[in-house]
Design a protein around this ligand. Sequence first.
Ligand code: 13P
Length: 248
Amino acid sequence: MKTIIAANWKMNKTRAQAEDMTREVVASLKEQPVTDRTVLIFPPATALDCVSKDAGNVLETGIQNIYPAENGAFTGEIAPCMVHDAGGSWVLVGHSERRHIFNEPDDLITQKVNFTLAHDLKMMLCVGETLEERDAGQLRQVLSRQITSGLSGQGNAAVPSIAVAYEPVWAIGTGRTAGPAEIVEAHGIIRDVLRILFNKDADEVPILYGGSVKPGNAHEILSLDNVNGLLIGGASLEAQSFLAIVRA
Ligand code: 13P
């Protein structure tokens, strides 16, 4: 499987800023192609259209959140047809900021997963434990619950459209990266749970790590067992830093 290097810009960048950075990244990837990696950007919804237009066959794009309805009276929300319309092909579901700041429960996340995959979009499910859960010895239990509730409605036919991102809540935006042993343990648990759901096909699901990834630690993290990509917040906001990770 191709390694996925994904930028989550969160609530950052105007359209002009998004365009500037996209053009710089695309120019670099055309000049020096990275053929063994999928490079993916999740811009804010307002910039998805312009980032997708500039993506030039070297980037994939997606939305950071979705609502599980075709259209209707859901103020502030975005439907799958709008993602297609804006040129996106991916949806990030269950990011820890959605779970913890906006109190998204597991059952809403399951609906989002199901709706996304039913609408011909690729879906990256984010999972991860809080520090309290880790300290209470609940790592396996939390990851297993989040993955099983998120993906149990899916058959093996959905596997090519699914990715999972492990983002320990305590490592997001804190400068504290999970150590190699912690990442290997969590990714191993995720692979085990995926095997329960999808048998042999589980090995085709990319598992990305996210949480304070930087140019300086990207290569080492990518070399770990069951790490098939990176999901990057802060260090993805600047072209040179993101490109250094893409090429790490
Ligand atoms: P940081 O890379 O800023 O820690 O953010 C990680 C993240 O939440 C990506 O989705």
